[in-house]
Design a protein around this ligand. Structure first.
Ligand code: SF4
Ligand code: SF4
Length: 311
């Protein structure tokens, strides 16, 4: 790594430290819903190893290609927290059908092709993080089909970072719209986030959990970025189908066989809360940094789960 590449990583690390501190401050809010004792840890990026080049691709050309959307995503994370001050003190708590349809349309227009509603299982809140409400609107934005098919490549990585910007912006706009209607809202940005998204989205009925730990949806297969907007609305059309596992994984295994880092656990780790861990993230992140965000498991899964219309 040359000195400029190193400097850019140092600058990004400083920025991430600030964002992490901001997220951790959420637990001090009076109405915060806190993480449980068995909370999942957000292991990536590991800031201890960040400037060694073991967490994200460090080549200058690649760092420059993602700089703009990454900075925008960072600003959106800040907005997701600073905008909590704009929540109404005594807001409305019920929504009518026309308002709900307008919200769904707004999310779709902003690039969130997936939307679901559920109640947050508190065991999905990341360690040292907190959320303000447990009614949740889950959002998903698709990753570009060709970029995933080309993995690993710089295009794959750039598209994946762009998707943080697109979905983060959509989530913040949805929160702004909710506040304009008199409701309270709290955005969990797709970049890192405050909760573990794939099981949350599965519970909301958007898809099923794959062997790689990602969500597989009828629309996009495994190709989506996820985010959440927590709100005080009590009458959303909540769904709870549990953490469903994708049945065809049992006889497939393409993602595991193709993983260049052999990062998959032979047997997933099941936690007492019912969630599971499929991949050794420390092994995965080294490969992620070395080879344009890797995404080989995503590419392999997209060939057997190409997506299409909701069935
Ligand atoms: S590649 Fe196969 S085994 Fe892996 S998540 Fe997709 S369907 Fe499941
Ligand atoms: S991103 Fe690459 S290294 Fe990580 S689990 Fe998927 S295939 Fe393995």
């Amino acid at each position: 790594m040359n000195p400029i590449e190193k400097l850019l990583l140092v600058m990004m690390k400083q920025r991430l430290l600030g964002l992490f501190a901001l997220e951790e401050s959420l637990a001090k809010q009076p109405q915060a819903i806190l993480a449980l004792a068995d909370a999942p840890e957000r292991r990536w990026p590991d800031l201890q190893k960040f400037t060694s080049g073991e967490q994200i691709p460090s080549q200058l050309k690649t760092q420059m290609a993602i700089r703009k959307p990454m900075l925008k995503a960072g600003d959106q994370v800040k907005e997701s927290i600073s905008s909590l001050a704009l929540n109404p003190q005594k807001g409305r708590v019920t929504i009518d059908q026309n308002e709900l349809e307008a919200l769904i349309q707004l999310a779709g227009n902003q690039g969130a092709g997936l939307i679901g509603f559920t109640k947050l299982p508190h065991e999905l809140i990341f360690k040292n993080r907190a959320v303000m409400f447990d009614a949740v609107i889950v959002l998903g934005a698709q990753l570009d089909q060709q970029a995933v098919a080309d993995a690993p490549s710089q295009d794959t990585y750039v598209d994946s970072i762009n998707s943080y910007d697109v979905l983060g912006s959509a989530a913040n706009q949805l929160a702004e719209q909710l506040r304009g209607m008199g409701f309270a809202a709290h955005v969990s940005h797709p970049l890192g986030g405050l909760v573990l998204y794939p099981p949350l989205a599965a519970k909301a009925g958007l898809g099923k959990l794959g062997r790689h730990g990602l969500l597989i949806t009828p629309e996009f297969g495994p190709r989506q970025r996820l985010a959440a907007v927590f709100t005080n609305i009590s009458n959303l059309p909540f769904v709870d189908v549990g953490y469903q596992i994708n049945e065809s994984c049992e006889h497939c295994g393409r993602c595991q066989k193709a993983c260049p880092a052999q990062a998959f656990f032979d047997e997933p780790i099941w936690h007492s809360s019912g969630r599971r861990t499929s991949v050794n993230e420390a092994k995965c992140s080294v490969q992620f940094a070395k080879n344009f965000s890797c995404s080989v498991c995503l590419r392999e899964c997209a060939t057997v789960n190409p997506g299409g219309a909701r069935r």
